[in-house]
Each structure stands twice: as C-alpha cells, then as structure tokens.
Design a protein around this ligand. Structure first.
Ligand code: ADP
Ligand code: MG
Length: 355
C-alpha cells in the first residue's frame, strides 16, 4: 500500500486552456495517507472522476506531479503504478466464468494457482457470488456483473491503492448497504489505501475516515464527517452535507452581534471578517423553535420519521429548523439560534471567531 501525494495538479481536457474555467481540475494538492479510507464527495461534474483517473494513471495531468511513497509516478501507466480501480459500470470479460474473471488479474501477475484459488474463493464469498463461480459472466444481471467488477478490484492484495468510482450505482439498495460495510471491514482488516468517489453523502460519511469534499474543480474541505457537519469551511459544504443543508443568510457584523433585517443575533465571538460579503450559517439542528426569539411564519412542516423539518420565513427569508417527532409548533412561533451552531462566512469562506 502507498501514501499518495497529489502535488499541485491541474487538468484541462482542452488542447489550449486559457482561463480557469477551461480546467476540470483547478489546483489539487493533497496527501492520501498510507492505509487511509477516503471518500471524494461532490456534485456531478466537479472533477471527482478526473482526479481519480489521474491518480490511477488513466489520465495524464496537464500540470503537477504524483508521488507514491515519495517516488514520482507521473509518467507511469496504471499497471506500473499497481493500482486496482473499480468503475461505475461493469468492466468484465463476458465470455469468461465468474471465477476466471476474478482469477485473471492474479494469474496475470504470476500468482501461484493455489493462492489464486484461495483469494478468488474468499473474494467470491465476500461479494456473495460463490454459487455463481462456474457461470459465464454473460448471462448475469447488471448488478451481479458489477459485483464481479468489484471482486476484480478487491481480489489482489498487493496493490498500492484501490480506487472506486461510484461503484454501487447500479446495485440495489439493500446490497449496496451490505457491500459498503464489507468494504469498510476489508479496509480495517488489510489497511488498504482506498479512495472512494461518490456524490452520495451517506455513502461518503459511512465509508470514509476522511471525506474530501470537491466543488467546481477543487477541494474545498477535508475532514471527518463530524468536522464537515459542525464547521463547514465553505457555504457549499454546509448546503451539500446534511439534510436539509445549512441555512445561510446575509448579515451585518458589529463586534459580537450580527444583524439580520430588524433582528440582532448574539454571536459566540467576534468574527475576524472586515471585508467581503458576510453571511451567517446555521444548521437546522441548531435552530430552536419555541416561544422566545425572532418571530417566524411557518410555511410547511415535514414529518421525516425520527424528526420533523419545519420550513419557515424569517425576515422574509426561507429557513429550516429541525424539531423532535413529538414536538409541535407553538401558536406564535419564534426561533433562536444556538450559538454553538453559528458559523460566519466572508465571500463563502468560514472566518474564525475572536474572543
Ligand atoms: P465528476 O466525476 O465529479 O462528475 P468529471 O471529472 O467527470 O466530474 O468531470 C469534470 C469536468 O470535466 C466536467 O465539466 C466534465 O464535463 C469535464 N469532462 C470530463 N471528462 C471529459 C472528457 N473526456 N472530455 C472533455 N471534458 C470532460
Ligand atoms: Mg464521475
């Protein structure tokens, strides 16, 4: 397994890129530690696949450098980098049996047949395809084929890293859950360096120790699920993670007080922001609905199971609050912001709070 340094990587699919907008990856500089379980999370088109393919060697970056354990691999092929990659759609040999599909990458590297047999059987067991070993891949369903693809990625234990690009998209929801927890176990057991691309926050948050959030060709935050939730570095992270996402509203700041329309909100400290468009971010979980505070008008109450989401207007702006499933909305509803959940942003980036 390897530590992977992505050094100042930029990539454009255009022959003569000029402006920043011509780059699918603007500037990525990050170290994936040896044995880490990472998720690359972000909306469609933000550059996740591009970055993954640059790590695997399928794509050569326009600028920058890749190091595996300190060694420059920028000009090496995927094979030479010794990387396993699982794609969104099955990449398998239709005419081979399920067993041979998994054995192929091992035989290809000259693994002794006894070890091939043991590894293949173990992997088939894990992806729940043991009873299909002798079947030709051609006759299988799309999600069984995708499991073979996954198996081909997992069967080798000598790789520097295993990369997954939305590998569970075509798998049914229950099996998705099973496979995801197996990937996690596998990671714990063998300590593989794993990078898992997804646009699904649940998938990212359950798989990864470190979530790398991408937006518009760059990394906007790297953190544990709790850090991303409590302290989004960028308003995008606040919107994208959590359900519903963070409330963001323009405010004026004076010392430890924020002004929103005719309301004054006490802050936990004095934000160190003297320029830029200032916004206050607060997650719905920290908006307290009750009889004190700022008057709101309720637009909608959605019962989503374990809690309710209340949609309301505060100073003419939409705001969401989360309340318990047994709580009710008072007759003259008001909201307070729990200071522990307040973040202040200048031009979309979080600023520190002073004393
Ligand atoms: P993601 O995997 O996050 O959805 P991609 O890395 O596939 O994003 O794409 C990033 C950007 O690069 C998008 O704007 C996409 O349209 C563009 N792009 C991706 N692949 C190609 C390609 N082969 N040729 C030209 N543009 C591409
Ligand atoms: Mg993609």
């Amino acid at each position: 397994m390897a530590r992977i340094d992505v050094n100042h990587v930029r990539h454009s699919y255009l022959p003569n890129p000029k402006t920043d907008a011509d780059f699918a990856l603007r500037e990525v500089h990050h170290t994936f530690e040896d044995g880490g379980a990472y998720a690359l999370l972000g909306p469609s088109g933000c550059g996740k696949t591009t970055l993954l393919n640059i790590i695997s060697g399928l794509l050569h970056p326009s600028h920058g450098q890749l190091l595996f354990n300190g060694r420059d691999v920028t000009n090496l092929s995927t094979q030479e980098r010794n990387i396993a990659q699982v794609f969104q759609f099955p990449v398998i040999y239709d005419t081979m049996t399920v067993y041979d599909n998994l054995a192929f990458p091992l035989r290809n590297r000259g693994v002794p047949e006894a070890d091939v047999d043991r590894k293949v059987r173990e992997t088939l067991e894990m992806i729940d395809l043991a009873s299909w070993a002798k079947k030709k891949a051609r006759g299988l369903t799309a999600d069984q084929k995708q499991k073979i693809s996954l198996g081909r990625g997992l069967v080798r234990s000598d790789v520097n890293a295993i990369l997954f690009d939305e590998p569970l998209t075509v798998i049914d929801p229950h099996m998705k859950w099973v496979l995801r927890s197996q990937l996690k176990q596998l990671h714990r057991r063998f300590g593989y360096t794993m990078v898992y691309v997804t646009h699904d926050q649940t998938e990212a948050l359950t798989f990864a120790d470190q979530v790398v959030v991408m937006y518009d060709g760059g990394i906007v935050q790297i953190g544990t699920p709790a850090e991303l939730f409590e302290r989004p570095r960028h308003t995008f992270v606040g919107y994208f993670i959590g359900s519903p996402g963070m409330n963001v509203m323009p405010v004026a700041i004076d010392g430890k007080t924020a002004t929103l329309g005719s309301q004054r909100i006490e802050l936990p400290g004095a934000p160190k922001a003297d320029s830029g468009a200032i916004e206050l971010g607060i997650r719905p979980e920290y908006v307290r609905l009750g009889r004190d505070g700022m008057a709101v008008s309720i637009s909608k109450v959605e019962d989503v199971g374990r809690h309710k989401v209340v949609r309301a207007k505060l100073e003419g702006r939409d705001i969401a609050a989360v309340i318990g499933e047994d709580e009710t909305v008072p007759a003259e509803p008001k909201v307070r912001f729990d200071p522990a959940g307040i973040n202040i942003y200048a031009d979309s980036w979080r600023v520190e709070m002073g004393a």
